[in-house]
Design a protein around this ligand. Structure first.
Ligand SMILES: NC(=O)N[C@@H](CC(=O)O)C(=O)O
Ligand SMILES: [Zn+2]
Ligand SMILES: [Zn+2]
Length: 351
């Protein structure tokens, strides 16, 4: 018998870009419709580097949700700080005391969208902050790609493990680390087998597509994100760990909205917009391998357990009914194209 509905504990998104201003107003409610909480990425322009900035950004998010008609208290933004070479160790105590900041994000300088202010030499420049984080139990979230331009773009995640992740965790063995948006069998295996407190987030696009999707019938910029999609063997390894029930692997959409004109461009921005239909995309990925039974752990249990937060009380129901993904949506004065626009998904979130 094939399932026709699936009810799970309300999920959370452990890696989300909500942007600011008009963009924030356009996308926030989509995430709130599916998720109870989300870890909000700090790579704004300028970046969110202090607790005071994070608290102000949190207020703007709550105002945008209210404006969009989202019931008060139904979506909680969990804030993060953008780590720089100059982050003061005292900032960690302020972040902890605020109760609103849950983690600190490492962007190696130059690795991805809005990472120019990121870290140039993690162990050389940030040792004191990392020590403070380790003591405070404040997780470090990593964009895990080596930035050496000599390294092939498809190898940057693997090289990051050897050059940054392993030395970092050797120096700070009790530091909680999340290897964000993993894209390779190497990262999946590293996180699965490593000792100590480590987790990883997985995006829908890396579970559903391999790098062929970027070039199918022509260049397709809406499939371009960082780390870039990899070959099929890597995708299979990611699906394997995501559906394995291993609590180290959890949901993080990395929904990263960019206006249509900036994606369909001579130098298109990196980032896939999945905030609209994330749970439907994940449901397809799990259903494709007959593991819908593992979706709840991945989407609703492993993340809060890693962060030491309570699991959600509510539920979310998916129904096996076709969902046609819209061609585009309003995005302030512009429009935005969701991942796999125009395609049809087999499950949709019941409203
Ligand atoms: N994933 C992406 O391709 N882009 C993200 C940044 C990031 O998460 O690396 C963005 O902010 O646009
Ligand atoms: Zn990233
Ligand atoms: Zn991201």
């Amino acid at each position: 018998m094939t399932l026709s509905t699936l009810t799970i504990t309300r999920p959370d998104d452990w890696h989300l870009h909500l942007r600011d201003g008009e963009a924030l107003a356009a996308v926030a409610a989509h995430s709130a419709r599916q998720f109870a909480r989300a870890i909000i990425m700090p790579n704004l322009k300028p970046p969110v580097t202090t607790t005071a900035q994070a608290l102000a950004y949190r207020e703007r998010i709550l105002a945008a949700l209210q404006q969009a008609g989202v019931a008060a208290g139904s979506f909680t933004p969990l804030m993060t700080l953008y780590l720089t070479d100059n982050t003061a160790p005292e900032e960690i105590a302020r972040a902890r005391e605020s109760g609103a900041v849950q983690a600190v994000k490492l962007y190696p300088a130059g690795a991805t969208t809005n990472s120019d202010a990121g870290v140039t030499d993690l162990l050389g420049r940030c040792a004191k902050v990392l020590e403070a984080m380790e003591k405070a139990g404040m997780p470090l979230l990593t964009h895990g790609e080596a930035t050496d331009p000599a390294i092939d773009v498809f190898d940057r995640e693997k090289v990051f493990i050897d050059r940054v992740m392993i030395p970092l965790r050797r120096s700070f063995p009790a530091l909680k680390v999340v290897f964000e948006h993993i894209t390779t069998a190497d990262a999946a295996q590293y996180v699965r087998d490593a000792e100590g407190p480590i987790g990883a987030t997985l995006t829908p696009q890396h579970l559903l597509y391999n790098r062929n999707a970027l070039f199918q019938g022509g260049m397709r910029p809406h499939w371009y994100c960082l780390p870039v999609l990899k070959r099929e063997t890597h995708r299979q390894a990611l699906v394997e760990v995501a559906t394995s029930g291993n609590p180290r692997f959890f949901l993080g959409t990395d929904s990263a909205p960019h206006a249509r004109g900036l994606k369909e461009h001579a130098c298109g921005c990196a980032g896939c917009f999945t905030g609209l239909h994330a749970m439907e995309l994940y449901a397809k990925a799990f259903d494709d391998v007959g593991r819908l039974d593992a979706l709840e752990g991945f989407a609703s249990f492993h993340g809060p357990d890693f962060y030491g937060l309570p699991r959600n009380a509510g539920t979310l129901t998916l129904v096996r009914e076709p969902l046609r993904i819209p061609d585009e949506l309003p995005f302030g004065q512009q429009t935005i194209v969701p991942l796999a626009a125009g395609e049809t998904l087999p499950w949709r979130v019941s409203t």
